[in-house]
Design a protein around this ligand. Structure first.
Ligand code: HEM
Length: 500
Protein backbone atom coordinates (compact mmCIF):
# COMPACT_ATOMS: atom_id res chain seq x y z
CA UNK A 1 0.00 0.00 0.00
CA UNK A 2 1.48 3.30 -1.06
CA UNK A 3 1.80 6.15 1.41
CA UNK A 4 0.06 9.33 0.26
CA UNK A 5 -0.60 12.75 1.74
CA UNK A 6 -4.13 13.94 2.42
CA UNK A 7 -4.41 15.31 -1.12
CA UNK A 8 -3.88 11.77 -2.41
CA UNK A 9 -0.37 12.47 -3.71
CA UNK A 10 1.97 9.46 -3.43
CA UNK A 11 4.89 10.17 -1.07
CA UNK A 12 8.21 8.89 -2.37
CA UNK A 13 10.41 10.30 0.41
CA UNK A 14 9.05 10.40 3.96
CA UNK A 15 12.52 10.69 5.57
CA UNK A 16 14.06 13.90 4.18
CA UNK A 17 12.64 17.42 3.85
CA UNK A 18 13.54 19.39 0.76
CA UNK A 19 16.69 21.51 1.25
CA UNK A 20 19.18 23.54 -0.77
CA UNK A 21 21.96 20.99 -0.75
CA UNK A 22 21.94 18.27 1.86
CA UNK A 23 23.02 20.71 4.62
CA UNK A 24 20.04 23.08 4.15
CA UNK A 25 18.54 25.62 4.40
CA UNK A 26 15.07 24.22 3.82
CA UNK A 27 12.53 25.75 1.48
CA UNK A 28 9.06 26.98 2.34
CA UNK A 29 7.21 24.94 -0.29
CA UNK A 30 7.84 21.62 1.51
CA UNK A 31 4.12 20.75 1.13
CA UNK A 32 4.34 17.20 2.46
CA UNK A 33 6.36 18.25 5.50
CA UNK A 34 4.16 21.26 6.28
CA UNK A 35 0.95 19.25 5.94
CA UNK A 36 2.34 16.47 8.15
CA UNK A 37 3.76 18.67 10.92
CA UNK A 38 0.91 21.16 11.04
CA UNK A 39 -1.62 18.33 11.34
CA UNK A 40 0.45 16.90 14.17
CA UNK A 41 0.56 20.36 15.81
CA UNK A 42 -3.24 20.35 15.92
CA UNK A 43 -3.48 16.74 17.12
CA UNK A 44 -5.23 17.43 20.42
CA UNK A 45 -8.68 18.74 21.15
CA UNK A 46 -9.61 20.16 24.57
CA UNK A 47 -10.02 17.47 27.22
CA UNK A 48 -13.44 17.03 28.73
CA UNK A 49 -13.74 19.60 31.56
CA UNK A 50 -14.68 16.67 33.81
CA UNK A 51 -14.43 12.92 33.13
CA UNK A 52 -11.30 13.45 30.98
CA UNK A 53 -9.80 10.01 31.70
CA UNK A 54 -11.76 7.18 30.14
CA UNK A 55 -12.06 4.01 28.11
CA UNK A 56 -14.79 2.82 25.76
CA UNK A 57 -16.27 -0.21 24.03
CA UNK A 58 -19.02 -1.18 21.61
CA UNK A 59 -21.75 -3.74 22.16
CA UNK A 60 -25.49 -4.21 22.16
CA UNK A 61 -28.51 -3.86 24.42
CA UNK A 62 -31.12 -6.64 24.33
CA UNK A 63 -34.64 -5.87 25.56
CA UNK A 64 -36.70 -8.24 27.74
CA UNK A 65 -40.02 -6.67 26.56
CA UNK A 66 -41.38 -6.67 30.11
CA UNK A 67 -40.94 -4.79 33.35
CA UNK A 68 -41.86 -6.41 36.66
CA UNK A 69 -43.88 -9.12 34.84
CA UNK A 70 -45.95 -6.58 32.86
CA UNK A 71 -45.54 -5.52 29.24
CA UNK A 72 -43.16 -2.57 29.20
CA UNK A 73 -45.64 -0.70 26.94
CA UNK A 74 -47.81 -0.07 30.01
CA UNK A 75 -45.19 2.47 31.13
CA UNK A 76 -43.21 3.54 28.06
CA UNK A 77 -43.69 3.53 24.33
CA UNK A 78 -39.89 3.79 23.71
CA UNK A 79 -39.41 1.36 20.84
CA UNK A 80 -36.12 -0.16 21.94
CA UNK A 81 -37.74 -1.76 25.03
CA UNK A 82 -40.89 -3.23 23.47
CA UNK A 83 -39.93 -6.52 21.80
CA UNK A 84 -38.28 -9.33 23.74
CA UNK A 85 -34.90 -9.99 22.11
CA UNK A 86 -34.76 -6.66 20.23
CA UNK A 87 -31.10 -5.65 19.95
CA UNK A 88 -29.89 -2.04 19.87
CA UNK A 89 -26.21 -1.25 19.18
CA UNK A 90 -24.49 0.71 21.97
CA UNK A 91 -21.23 2.53 22.64
CA UNK A 92 -20.15 2.91 26.27
CA UNK A 93 -17.54 5.19 27.82
CA UNK A 94 -16.36 4.66 31.38
CA UNK A 95 -14.35 7.38 33.10
CA UNK A 96 -13.05 8.94 36.28
CA UNK A 97 -14.08 12.51 37.03
CA UNK A 98 -11.73 15.04 38.52
CA UNK A 99 -8.25 14.62 37.03
CA UNK A 100 -6.76 14.89 33.54
CA UNK A 101 -6.67 12.56 30.58
CA UNK A 102 -3.65 10.54 31.73
CA UNK A 103 -4.30 10.46 35.47
CA UNK A 104 -4.08 7.15 37.34
CA UNK A 105 -7.26 5.06 37.23
CA UNK A 106 -6.90 4.17 40.90
CA UNK A 107 -7.98 7.55 42.32
CA UNK A 108 -10.82 7.87 44.81
CA UNK A 109 -13.46 9.41 42.58
CA UNK A 110 -16.87 8.52 41.17
CA UNK A 111 -16.64 6.64 37.86
CA UNK A 112 -18.61 7.71 34.78
CA UNK A 113 -20.82 5.16 33.00
CA UNK A 114 -22.14 6.74 29.79
CA UNK A 115 -24.13 4.68 27.28
CA UNK A 116 -25.14 5.73 23.77
CA UNK A 117 -27.99 3.60 22.36
CA UNK A 118 -28.23 3.84 18.55
CA UNK A 119 -31.98 3.09 18.51
CA UNK A 120 -34.34 2.82 15.53
CA UNK A 121 -35.82 6.14 16.68
CA UNK A 122 -32.44 7.95 16.84
CA UNK A 123 -29.96 8.10 19.70
CA UNK A 124 -30.59 7.82 23.41
CA UNK A 125 -27.76 8.67 25.83
CA UNK A 126 -27.92 7.44 29.41
CA UNK A 127 -25.11 9.41 31.10
CA UNK A 128 -24.59 7.94 34.53
CA UNK A 129 -22.05 7.20 37.23
CA UNK A 130 -21.16 4.06 39.19
CA UNK A 131 -22.70 5.44 42.40
CA UNK A 132 -26.45 5.97 42.60
CA UNK A 133 -26.46 9.48 44.07
CA UNK A 134 -24.59 12.79 43.65
CA UNK A 135 -22.89 15.44 45.81
CA UNK A 136 -25.28 18.31 45.08
CA UNK A 137 -28.87 18.80 43.97
CA UNK A 138 -28.67 22.25 42.32
CA UNK A 139 -26.70 22.68 39.07
CA UNK A 140 -25.70 26.23 40.05
CA UNK A 141 -23.25 24.64 42.52
CA UNK A 142 -21.52 22.36 39.98
CA UNK A 143 -18.68 24.69 38.84
CA UNK A 144 -17.82 25.53 42.50
CA UNK A 145 -17.85 21.87 43.42
CA UNK A 146 -15.52 20.94 40.58
CA UNK A 147 -13.18 23.85 41.39
CA UNK A 148 -12.94 22.69 45.01
CA UNK A 149 -12.21 19.08 44.01
CA UNK A 150 -9.65 20.00 41.36
CA UNK A 151 -6.05 21.02 42.07
CA UNK A 152 -5.48 24.32 43.89
CA UNK A 153 -5.18 27.23 41.41
CA UNK A 154 -1.94 28.36 43.14
CA UNK A 155 -0.08 25.13 43.87
CA UNK A 156 -1.70 22.87 41.23
CA UNK A 157 -2.02 20.21 43.96
CA UNK A 158 -5.29 18.54 44.89
CA UNK A 159 -5.99 19.54 48.47
CA UNK A 160 -8.52 17.78 50.73
CA UNK A 161 -8.85 21.02 52.67
CA UNK A 162 -10.38 22.81 49.66
CA UNK A 163 -12.59 19.81 48.94
CA UNK A 164 -13.87 19.54 52.52
CA UNK A 165 -14.23 23.33 52.77
CA UNK A 166 -16.87 23.04 50.03
CA UNK A 167 -18.37 19.80 51.37
CA UNK A 168 -18.62 21.02 54.98
CA UNK A 169 -20.62 24.00 53.69
CA UNK A 170 -22.82 21.78 51.50
CA UNK A 171 -24.52 19.37 53.93
CA UNK A 172 -26.37 17.65 51.07
CA UNK A 173 -22.98 16.14 50.08
CA UNK A 174 -22.73 14.08 53.32
CA UNK A 175 -24.39 11.02 51.76
CA UNK A 176 -22.19 10.99 48.64
CA UNK A 177 -19.02 11.58 50.71
CA UNK A 178 -19.98 8.54 52.80
CA UNK A 179 -19.90 6.42 49.64
CA UNK A 180 -16.85 8.04 48.04
CA UNK A 181 -14.61 7.66 51.13
CA UNK A 182 -15.66 4.04 51.64
CA UNK A 183 -14.30 1.25 49.37
CA UNK A 184 -17.18 2.15 47.00
CA UNK A 185 -15.09 5.22 46.07
CA UNK A 186 -12.51 3.06 44.24
CA UNK A 187 -14.11 0.41 42.00
CA UNK A 188 -11.58 -2.34 41.19
CA UNK A 189 -12.02 -1.74 37.44
CA UNK A 190 -14.73 -0.70 34.99
CA UNK A 191 -16.15 -4.21 34.47
CA UNK A 192 -16.85 -4.96 38.13
CA UNK A 193 -18.85 -1.86 38.97
CA UNK A 194 -22.49 -0.84 38.86
CA UNK A 195 -23.91 2.06 36.92
CA UNK A 196 -26.78 4.43 37.57
CA UNK A 197 -28.52 7.26 35.78
CA UNK A 198 -28.66 8.97 39.23
CA UNK A 199 -31.20 11.60 38.14
CA UNK A 200 -34.92 10.96 37.95
CA UNK A 201 -36.36 10.66 34.44
CA UNK A 202 -39.84 9.88 33.13
CA UNK A 203 -41.29 7.10 31.05
CA UNK A 204 -44.29 8.04 28.88
CA UNK A 205 -46.79 5.56 27.39
CA UNK A 206 -48.94 5.87 24.25
CA UNK A 207 -51.65 7.75 26.17
CA UNK A 208 -49.16 10.41 27.30
CA UNK A 209 -49.23 9.11 30.90
CA UNK A 210 -45.93 9.36 32.77
CA UNK A 211 -44.17 7.64 35.66
CA UNK A 212 -40.92 8.64 37.37
CA UNK A 213 -38.00 6.26 36.73
CA UNK A 214 -34.43 5.75 37.85
CA UNK A 215 -32.07 3.56 35.81
CA UNK A 216 -29.48 1.17 37.24
CA UNK A 217 -26.88 -1.12 35.59
CA UNK A 218 -26.06 -4.31 37.53
CA UNK A 219 -22.88 -6.26 36.63
CA UNK A 220 -24.56 -9.63 37.26
CA UNK A 221 -21.97 -11.68 35.36
CA UNK A 222 -18.77 -10.06 36.66
CA UNK A 223 -20.00 -9.14 40.16
CA UNK A 224 -18.95 -6.01 42.07
CA UNK A 225 -15.43 -5.44 43.38
CA UNK A 226 -14.04 -2.40 45.18
CA UNK A 227 -10.55 -1.59 46.45
CA UNK A 228 -9.22 -0.41 49.77
CA UNK A 229 -6.89 2.59 49.71
CA UNK A 230 -3.88 0.29 50.21
CA UNK A 231 -4.91 -2.08 47.43
CA UNK A 232 -5.34 0.89 45.09
CA UNK A 233 -1.95 2.31 46.02
CA UNK A 234 -0.28 -1.05 45.31
CA UNK A 235 -1.84 -1.16 41.82
CA UNK A 236 -1.00 2.50 41.18
CA UNK A 237 2.67 1.88 41.97
CA UNK A 238 2.87 -0.45 38.99
CA UNK A 239 0.10 0.55 36.59
CA UNK A 240 -1.74 3.83 36.11
CA UNK A 241 -4.03 2.43 33.37
CA UNK A 242 -5.20 -0.80 34.97
CA UNK A 243 -8.93 -0.23 34.30
CA UNK A 244 -8.46 0.60 30.61
CA UNK A 245 -6.20 -2.44 30.25
CA UNK A 246 -8.64 -4.71 32.08
CA UNK A 247 -11.57 -3.72 29.85
CA UNK A 248 -9.58 -3.94 26.61
CA UNK A 249 -8.03 -7.31 27.43
CA UNK A 250 -11.28 -8.88 28.65
CA UNK A 251 -12.99 -7.99 25.36
CA UNK A 252 -9.98 -9.17 23.28
CA UNK A 253 -10.08 -12.60 24.97
CA UNK A 254 -13.84 -12.91 24.42
CA UNK A 255 -14.79 -12.47 28.09
CA UNK A 256 -17.50 -9.93 27.28
CA UNK A 257 -18.73 -7.89 30.23
CA UNK A 258 -22.50 -7.71 30.77
CA UNK A 259 -24.85 -5.52 32.77
CA UNK A 260 -28.56 -5.89 33.40
CA UNK A 261 -30.53 -2.65 33.08
CA UNK A 262 -33.06 -2.24 35.90
CA UNK A 263 -35.53 0.54 36.56
CA UNK A 264 -37.25 1.74 39.69
CA UNK A 265 -40.69 3.17 39.04
CA UNK A 266 -42.70 5.69 41.08
CA UNK A 267 -45.95 7.41 40.22
CA UNK A 268 -45.44 10.91 38.82
CA UNK A 269 -46.20 13.04 41.86
CA UNK A 270 -44.52 14.64 44.86
CA UNK A 271 -44.80 11.62 47.19
CA UNK A 272 -45.48 13.49 50.45
CA UNK A 273 -45.32 10.13 52.29
CA UNK A 274 -41.53 10.01 51.74
CA UNK A 275 -39.07 11.93 53.92
CA UNK A 276 -37.28 13.16 50.79
CA UNK A 277 -38.27 14.47 47.39
CA UNK A 278 -38.10 11.88 44.59
CA UNK A 279 -36.49 14.57 42.40
CA UNK A 280 -33.52 14.93 44.80
CA UNK A 281 -30.41 13.27 43.29
CA UNK A 282 -28.66 13.08 46.69
CA UNK A 283 -31.16 10.37 47.70
CA UNK A 284 -31.54 6.66 47.05
CA UNK A 285 -34.97 5.24 46.35
CA UNK A 286 -35.06 2.39 48.86
CA UNK A 287 -34.86 -0.77 46.73
CA UNK A 288 -36.96 -2.72 49.22
CA UNK A 289 -39.88 -0.34 48.71
CA UNK A 290 -39.17 0.36 45.05
CA UNK A 291 -37.70 -2.84 43.59
CA UNK A 292 -35.18 -3.02 40.77
CA UNK A 293 -37.14 -4.24 37.74
CA UNK A 294 -35.00 -5.69 34.91
CA UNK A 295 -35.78 -4.42 31.38
CA UNK A 296 -32.84 -5.75 29.38
CA UNK A 297 -29.16 -6.55 29.31
CA UNK A 298 -26.09 -5.00 27.72
CA UNK A 299 -23.07 -6.89 26.38
CA UNK A 300 -19.81 -5.18 25.39
CA UNK A 301 -18.11 -7.27 22.70
CA UNK A 302 -15.95 -4.99 20.54
CA UNK A 303 -13.03 -2.72 21.30
CA UNK A 304 -12.75 0.62 19.52
CA UNK A 305 -10.63 0.57 16.37
CA UNK A 306 -9.26 4.02 17.15
CA UNK A 307 -9.19 5.60 20.59
CA UNK A 308 -9.31 9.22 19.47
CA UNK A 309 -11.99 8.86 16.78
CA UNK A 310 -14.33 6.85 18.96
CA UNK A 311 -13.60 7.33 22.66
CA UNK A 312 -12.18 10.85 22.74
CA UNK A 313 -14.64 12.32 20.26
CA UNK A 314 -17.68 10.55 21.72
CA UNK A 315 -20.19 13.08 23.00
CA UNK A 316 -22.92 12.01 25.42
CA UNK A 317 -25.64 14.22 26.85
CA UNK A 318 -28.65 13.97 29.11
CA UNK A 319 -30.77 15.86 26.56
CA UNK A 320 -30.51 13.00 24.08
CA UNK A 321 -33.77 11.08 24.64
CA UNK A 322 -36.08 9.17 22.29
CA UNK A 323 -39.88 9.16 22.11
CA UNK A 324 -41.33 7.50 25.23
CA UNK A 325 -38.53 8.79 27.50
CA UNK A 326 -38.72 12.23 29.10
CA UNK A 327 -37.08 14.56 31.61
CA UNK A 328 -38.34 14.99 35.12
CA UNK A 329 -38.21 18.33 36.93
CA UNK A 330 -34.98 17.24 38.71
CA UNK A 331 -33.08 20.56 38.64
CA UNK A 332 -29.65 18.93 38.44
CA UNK A 333 -30.78 16.97 35.37
CA UNK A 334 -32.04 20.13 33.69
CA UNK A 335 -28.75 21.96 34.38
CA UNK A 336 -26.77 19.01 33.00
CA UNK A 337 -28.90 18.95 29.89
CA UNK A 338 -27.72 22.42 28.87
CA UNK A 339 -24.09 21.76 29.85
CA UNK A 340 -23.24 18.65 27.75
CA UNK A 341 -24.05 19.85 24.24
CA UNK A 342 -22.72 23.32 25.13
CA UNK A 343 -19.27 21.94 26.04
CA UNK A 344 -19.28 19.53 23.08
CA UNK A 345 -19.78 22.34 20.56
CA UNK A 346 -16.58 23.80 22.01
CA UNK A 347 -14.66 20.57 22.72
CA UNK A 348 -15.39 18.68 19.49
CA UNK A 349 -16.94 21.34 17.23
CA UNK A 350 -20.21 22.63 15.85
CA UNK A 351 -20.73 19.56 13.69
CA UNK A 352 -19.84 17.01 16.40
CA UNK A 353 -23.03 15.10 15.63
CA UNK A 354 -21.84 14.32 12.10
CA UNK A 355 -18.91 12.24 13.42
CA UNK A 356 -19.59 8.51 12.97
CA UNK A 357 -19.37 7.75 16.72
CA UNK A 358 -22.00 10.39 17.53
CA UNK A 359 -24.27 10.17 14.50
CA UNK A 360 -27.41 8.06 14.87
CA UNK A 361 -27.61 4.95 12.71
CA UNK A 362 -30.99 6.18 11.44
CA UNK A 363 -31.40 8.72 8.66
CA UNK A 364 -30.75 12.33 9.65
CA UNK A 365 -32.61 15.05 7.76
CA UNK A 366 -32.29 18.56 9.14
CA UNK A 367 -32.15 22.06 7.69
CA UNK A 368 -28.99 22.77 9.73
CA UNK A 369 -26.18 23.73 7.39
CA UNK A 370 -22.53 24.77 7.38
CA UNK A 371 -20.24 25.52 10.33
CA UNK A 372 -16.69 24.27 10.82
CA UNK A 373 -15.94 20.82 9.39
CA UNK A 374 -19.38 20.19 7.92
CA UNK A 375 -18.60 17.24 5.69
CA UNK A 376 -21.99 16.31 4.40
CA UNK A 377 -25.45 17.82 4.09
CA UNK A 378 -28.14 16.31 6.33
CA UNK A 379 -30.52 16.01 3.40
CA UNK A 380 -33.24 13.42 2.82
CA UNK A 381 -33.38 11.49 -0.49
CA UNK A 382 -35.67 13.41 -2.82
CA UNK A 383 -35.45 16.60 -0.75
CA UNK A 384 -35.26 19.69 -2.97
CA UNK A 385 -31.63 20.86 -2.43
CA UNK A 386 -32.75 24.51 -2.76
CA UNK A 387 -35.07 24.22 0.23
CA UNK A 388 -33.15 24.29 3.52
CA UNK A 389 -36.01 25.78 5.50
CA UNK A 390 -39.42 24.71 6.78
CA UNK A 391 -42.37 25.14 6.15
CA UNK A 392 -42.29 24.95 2.36
CA UNK A 393 -44.51 23.75 -0.53
CA UNK A 394 -41.48 23.13 -2.79
CA UNK A 395 -40.31 19.71 -1.63
CA UNK A 396 -38.66 20.48 1.71
CA UNK A 397 -38.68 18.41 4.90
CA UNK A 398 -42.02 17.84 6.63
CA UNK A 399 -42.79 17.56 10.34
CA UNK A 400 -43.35 13.99 11.56
CA UNK A 401 -46.75 12.93 12.85
CA UNK A 402 -46.77 12.51 16.66
CA UNK A 403 -45.85 9.00 17.84
CA UNK A 404 -48.42 9.14 20.65
CA UNK A 405 -50.16 11.56 22.93
CA UNK A 406 -47.84 14.29 24.32
CA UNK A 407 -47.11 14.16 28.03
CA UNK A 408 -48.20 17.63 29.18
CA UNK A 409 -47.51 18.29 32.87
CA UNK A 410 -49.16 21.45 34.16
CA UNK A 411 -47.70 23.98 36.58
CA UNK A 412 -49.14 26.62 38.85
CA UNK A 413 -46.40 28.06 41.03
CA UNK A 414 -44.33 31.19 41.60
CA UNK A 415 -40.95 31.53 39.89
CA UNK A 416 -38.51 31.38 42.82
CA UNK A 417 -34.96 30.61 43.94
CA UNK A 418 -35.54 28.06 46.67
CA UNK A 419 -34.38 24.67 47.90
CA UNK A 420 -36.65 21.64 47.82
CA UNK A 421 -38.78 21.40 51.01
CA UNK A 422 -37.65 17.95 52.16
CA UNK A 423 -33.84 18.25 52.13
CA UNK A 424 -33.18 15.64 54.86
CA UNK A 425 -29.41 15.91 54.27
CA UNK A 426 -28.27 13.37 56.87
CA UNK A 427 -30.92 10.63 57.20
CA UNK A 428 -29.83 8.47 54.26
CA UNK A 429 -26.12 9.11 54.99
CA UNK A 430 -26.79 7.41 58.37
CA UNK A 431 -28.73 4.56 56.73
CA UNK A 432 -25.87 3.96 54.30
CA UNK A 433 -23.30 4.05 57.12
CA UNK A 434 -25.29 1.47 59.10
CA UNK A 435 -25.80 -0.77 56.05
CA UNK A 436 -22.05 -0.94 55.34
CA UNK A 437 -20.20 -4.00 56.56
CA UNK A 438 -17.81 -3.32 59.45
CA UNK A 439 -14.70 -3.50 57.21
CA UNK A 440 -16.29 -0.84 54.96
CA UNK A 441 -16.99 1.42 57.96
CA UNK A 442 -13.38 0.99 59.16
CA UNK A 443 -12.03 1.92 55.74
CA UNK A 444 -14.42 4.90 55.55
CA UNK A 445 -13.31 6.27 58.93
CA UNK A 446 -9.64 5.75 58.14
CA UNK A 447 -9.89 7.51 54.75
CA UNK A 448 -11.87 10.40 56.23
CA UNK A 449 -9.39 10.83 59.07
CA UNK A 450 -6.48 10.88 56.59
CA UNK A 451 -8.16 13.61 54.56
CA UNK A 452 -9.58 15.67 57.42
CA UNK A 453 -6.50 15.67 59.65
CA UNK A 454 -4.86 18.31 57.45
CA UNK A 455 -7.96 20.52 57.33
CA UNK A 456 -8.62 23.64 59.41
CA UNK A 457 -10.43 23.03 62.74
CA UNK A 458 -13.56 24.83 61.48
CA UNK A 459 -13.87 22.35 58.60
CA UNK A 460 -13.22 19.32 60.83
CA UNK A 461 -15.82 20.48 63.33
CA UNK A 462 -18.48 21.00 60.68
CA UNK A 463 -17.77 17.60 59.16
CA UNK A 464 -17.94 15.85 62.56
CA UNK A 465 -21.24 17.64 63.20
CA UNK A 466 -22.63 16.37 59.87
CA UNK A 467 -21.43 12.79 60.44
CA UNK A 468 -22.90 12.87 63.97
CA UNK A 469 -26.25 14.02 62.59
CA UNK A 470 -26.11 11.08 60.17
CA UNK A 471 -25.26 8.61 62.95
CA UNK A 472 -23.76 9.40 66.39
CA UNK A 473 -21.39 6.42 66.05
CA UNK A 474 -20.16 7.75 62.69
CA UNK A 475 -19.36 11.20 64.13
CA UNK A 476 -17.76 9.74 67.26
CA UNK A 477 -15.44 7.44 65.32
CA UNK A 478 -14.26 10.22 62.98
CA UNK A 479 -13.69 12.54 65.97
CA UNK A 480 -11.76 9.85 67.88
CA UNK A 481 -9.71 9.01 64.79
CA UNK A 482 -8.80 12.66 64.32
CA UNK A 483 -7.84 13.05 68.00
CA UNK A 484 -5.65 9.95 67.75
CA UNK A 485 -4.03 11.19 64.53
CA UNK A 486 -3.10 14.42 66.33
CA UNK A 487 -4.93 16.54 63.75
CA UNK A 488 -3.87 20.15 63.99
CA UNK A 489 -4.37 23.29 61.95
CA UNK A 490 -5.19 23.77 58.31
CA UNK A 491 -2.77 24.41 55.49
CA UNK A 492 -4.69 27.26 53.90
CA UNK A 493 -3.96 30.02 56.40
CA UNK A 494 -5.73 33.36 56.33
CA UNK A 495 -2.42 34.85 55.09
CA UNK A 496 -2.69 32.67 51.96
CA UNK A 497 -6.32 33.63 51.63
CA UNK A 498 -5.44 37.34 51.79
CA UNK A 499 -2.97 36.86 48.95
CA UNK A 500 -5.42 35.52 46.71
C1 HEM B 1 -19.19 14.62 31.62
C2 HEM B 1 -21.39 18.55 33.30
C3 HEM B 1 -23.42 15.99 36.84
C4 HEM B 1 -21.94 11.99 34.61
C5 HEM B 1 -19.56 15.91 31.81
C6 HEM B 1 -19.09 17.02 31.03
C7 HEM B 1 -19.72 18.11 31.49
C8 HEM B 1 -20.56 17.72 32.58
C9 HEM B 1 -19.57 19.54 30.98
C10 HEM B 1 -18.09 16.91 29.88
C11 HEM B 1 -18.83 16.41 28.66
C12 HEM B 1 -17.98 16.35 27.42
O1 HEM B 1 -16.98 17.05 27.31
O2 HEM B 1 -18.37 15.59 26.50
C13 HEM B 1 -22.14 18.19 34.39
C14 HEM B 1 -22.95 19.10 35.17
C15 HEM B 1 -23.49 18.39 36.19
C16 HEM B 1 -23.05 17.02 36.03
C17 HEM B 1 -23.13 20.58 34.87
C18 HEM B 1 -24.41 18.81 37.30
C19 HEM B 1 -25.06 19.97 37.28
C20 HEM B 1 -23.25 14.69 36.52
C21 HEM B 1 -23.91 13.59 37.16
C22 HEM B 1 -23.48 12.46 36.53
C23 HEM B 1 -22.56 12.85 35.48
C24 HEM B 1 -24.92 13.69 38.31
C25 HEM B 1 -23.89 11.06 36.79
C26 HEM B 1 -25.15 10.70 36.77
C27 HEM B 1 -21.07 12.37 33.62
C28 HEM B 1 -20.35 11.44 32.79
C29 HEM B 1 -19.55 12.19 31.94
C30 HEM B 1 -19.79 13.58 32.26
C31 HEM B 1 -20.44 9.92 32.83
C32 HEM B 1 -18.58 11.65 30.90
C33 HEM B 1 -19.29 11.35 29.61
C34 HEM B 1 -18.30 10.76 28.62
O3 HEM B 1 -17.83 9.63 28.89
O4 HEM B 1 -18.00 11.42 27.62
N1 HEM B 1 -20.45 16.36 32.76
N2 HEM B 1 -22.23 16.95 34.92
N3 HEM B 1 -22.44 14.21 35.51
N4 HEM B 1 -20.73 13.65 33.28
FE1 HEM B 1 -21.50 15.27 34.07
Amino acid sequence: MTLTNRQGHPISDNQNIRTVGNRGPSTLENYHFIEKISHFDRGHIPERVVHARGAGAHGYFEAYGTVGGEPVSKYTRAKLFQEKGNRTPVFVRFSSVVHGGHSPETFRDPRGFAVKFYTEDGNWDLVGNNLKIFFIRDPLKFPDMVHAFRPDPVTNLQNPERMFDFVSNSPEATHMITFVFSPWGIPANYRQMQGSGVNTYKWVNKDGEAVLVKYHWEPVKQGIKNLTQREAEAIQAKNTSHATQDLYEAIERGDYPEWELCVQILSDDEHPELDFDPLDPTKLWDHEKFPFLPVGKMVLNKNPENYFAEVEQAAFGTGVLVDGLDFSDDKLLQGRTFSYSDTQRHRVGTNYLQLPINAPKTRVATNQRDGQMAFHVDRAPGQNPHVNYEPSSLGGLQEASPAGKEHEPSYNAKLVRQKLDRTNDFGQAGDTYRKFEEHEREELISNLVDALKICSPVIREKMIEHFTKADPDYGRRVAEGLAKAGASGGHLSSRDAEQG
